[in-house]
Design a protein around this ligand. Structure first.
Ligand code: DGY
Length: 318
């Protein structure tokens, strides 16, 4: 039998490349740049297994090029980049990388929350100009975090990890989600309707997958329902927020600020956002730690091995 062909669309951390079983035939060594449409089609045509990134659009037309493809291992937990129904129709398994990136993404959510409320990025930029005149009682006052109410939309793994971290800040936690969840012993998490959550949260953090139902979940109406002193944090997917409505809310003071790791049209960021002082903008760093990105790759390889050996993929999404 032929050695199974593995197509990796983007360069992965070295320990992941080193863990690729020798019996696989690695199709041209991946590069750090996004693959061209032709490269993607060629890779899909030849591969038994693919590891793709959230930036690769895997649609029905691309899937129609595949001749022997058995599994697409998405190097992400969110898989809105893949037409899973079209993959299912062709009998191609799709897997993702849950659990291993929960802590990294929850940590980054807190980094954004603290950065925007305590004006960390503005402060750092000021010190670097060499013009900081020294401490003053009224200088660069931000918003207190400890004791404020944290609202979470989407109480899955990452939402719950964000909620657990709130205990260290003595913050009441409320959430809106499809199901009730039980907090760990000693913690209280209160389930609310979305309108109540919007009205009561001092910090609102989004942790839903991108689906038709969550597209523009936060738009002009929802932003208007938030407190003018509140902050919105998004480490999920950009299109969950109507970015034009958010820009307007930040400019008019409908909310106090936002911390964003994801954007509606990545890598493009709405022009107006980059000039605002009350927003912290990160380049989709949620899972970007050495440890997590290695673990994500190993999860992809584990799912591929399972499918190629005729076993069920542990992280199959369809
Ligand atoms: C994911 O896995 O969905 C994250 O957005 C990657 O950083």
């Amino acid at each position: 039998m032929d050695r199974p062909a593995l197509y990796i669309t983007r360069l992965l951390p070295q320990p992941v490349l080193e863990a690729i079983p020798r019996q696989y035939r690695l199709l041209p060594l991946p590069s750090d740049a996004p693959p061209t449409a032709t490269e993607l089609r060629e890779g899909f045509a030849e591969a038994d297994a693919v590891i793709c990134s959230l930036t690769d659009r895997i649609d029905a037309s691309l899937l129609s090029c595949s001749t022997r493809l058995k599994i697409i291992a998405n190097y992400a937990v969110g898989y809105n980049n893949i037409d899973v129904a079209a993959a299912a129709q062709r009998g191609i398994v799709v897997s993702n990388t849950p659990d291993v990136l929960t802590d990294a993404t929850a940590d980054l959510t807190w980094a954004l929350l603290l950065a925007v409320s305590r004006r960390i990025v503005e402060g750092d930029a000021w010190v670097r100009t060499g013009t900081w005149p020294g401490w003053k009682p009224t200088q660069m006052l931000g918003s207190e975090v400890s004791g404020k109410t944290l609202g979470i939309i989407g109480m899955g793994r990452i939402g719950q990890a964000v909620a657990q971290r709130a205990a260290g800040f003595r913050m009441p936690v409320m959430y809106a989600g499809r199901q009730s969840v039980s907090p760990p012993p000693g913690m209280v998490w209160i389930r609310r309707s979305l309108p109540d959550l919007l009205a009561e949260s001092d910090f609102l953090s989004l942790h839903v997958p991108l689906t038709e139902a969550t597209h523009h979940l936060i738009g002009a109406r929802e932003l208007a329902a938030m407190k003018p002193s509140s902050f919105l944090i998004n480490t999920s997917r950009g299109p969950v927020i109507d970015e034009a409505a958010l820009l307007s809310a930040l400019k008019t003071g409908a909310i106090a600020g936002a911390g964003l790791d994801v954007y509606e049209q990545e890598p493009t960021v709405s022009a107006g956002l980059v000039t605002l002082p009350n927003v912290v903008l990160l380049p989709h760093l949620g899972s970007a730690t050495v440890e997590t990105r290695v673990r994500m790759g190993l999860v992809c390889l584990n799912n591929i091995a399972a499918v190629l050996e005729g076993r069920a993929a542990p992280n199959r999404v369809i």
